[in-house]
Design a protein around this ligand. Sequence first.
Ligand SMILES: [Zn+2]
Length: 502
Amino acid sequence: MKDRIIIFDTTLRDGEQSPGASLNNKEKLEIAKQLETLRVDIIEAGFPISSEGDFDAVKTISKKVKKVSVCALARAVKKDIDAAYNAVKYAKKPRIHVFLATSKIHMKYKLKKAEGEILKAAAWGVKYAKRKIKDIEFSPEDASRTDKKFLYQVLEAVIDAGATTVNIPDTVGYATPYEFGSLIKDIKENVPNIDKAVISVHCHNDLGLGVSNSLAAVSGGARQVECTINGLGERAGNASLEEIVMSIATRKDIFKFKTNVKKNQIYKTSRLVSKLTGMLVQPNKAIVGANAFAHEAGIHQDGLLKERRTYEIMRPEDVGFKETKLVLGKHSGRHALRARLKKLGYTLSDKEIERAFTRFKKLADKKKEVFDEDLATIVEDEIGTASEIYKLISFYILSGNKVTPSATVTLKHEGKTLVANSTGDGPVDACYKAVEKITGEKPRLLSYNLNAVTAGKDALGEVAVRMKIGKEEMNGRGASTDVVEASLKAYLDALNRLKSLN
Ligand SMILES: [Zn+2]
């Protein structure tokens, strides 16, 4: 244990709180299962008291996830802890995470309580939770802005009450690395019973220092890091899991620790979270961005292999990314495709391989070089989609700067072929209106994003949409070398997902 950093993933709790990233329970479970495959140590699945949906999500994840701990968040009050317990009790390794703010500004303005009351409430909350579950974490919210002496007192009291992990959050992303690392050291030196608990940190990225602060804390003595996939989270987000894990792995000489994370699942997990939350990953994002290893561009493959280590501190394939820029072409066979997909972390059935292969061949005809990003997009597009309640057969558009754009769309639904045409503000709008005519559904389009998956004029375009029908919101994605087709696919993907909820 001494030489390992515990990875606590809060993508489904703190990450899901980022504006526009809300997930339904089916999507949360899909991410939780992938986090289990990724082998994080703890999945913080939600805040059960906050809503019925959150409660159900934590409950479902607790029942379905077996290999890693599942954690539920609660304030230091009875109803919160009861809800957390009732949702997480099904887990093989349940944890309750109790939190209470301890900084002067939070105590005075938010809680309107004095230090003595806070101290009592914190210890009471931990004690109450401990009666139900052994594994208890406590967070003094806004710890980095809390008076140090008071922070030591709170930590001592909650450890006495039974907390096995004490988490030090930089809730507002205010700390700087040296300062935060020193705070952890000071805690180790000044809290008499600190040996009985694991010190954890939870850093936000408001100044872009979330990962740096977390790593400084590790050097200061923290042994658990709370983080999210793609750095998802409120405001500027949380410390990013992939950056923390890869920093620890790449700089073994500095950190001398390991994590349990299966690094070759990182890219796949990042893609899944991005797809389901509808939050696209910026191309220059460290570790998982499309350009994260793009210094390879333009270099001949042979020379690249020889020179690699001179300018590459990590191997892209270590995180399940592309091995090289140029992978498969139109002469590549099924076997090569299967092997390549396996390297990317996708294990598919024969039937799925067949579908992916057909798509791949079509793409290879249109596009000289098929990159790993293209393959990942194809697989997610083909395999990851919800059951195709409405399937795109064909579309035809008329568009230009002097005509009213119009579209004819043909869909298959329950064995029947349905056709409609419509005009619109543009070709995509015309297509969407034609689909509305066929399906009779008039979803509200909340967002529409178009992203080129790879470089070049023949790049695969990926469209991400978020739509709403009634109370339900859903993301959808579609990819094609034709942006109108990608737009239609994304729209149908979201619609099919919404339809399959009922
Ligand atoms: Zn947070």
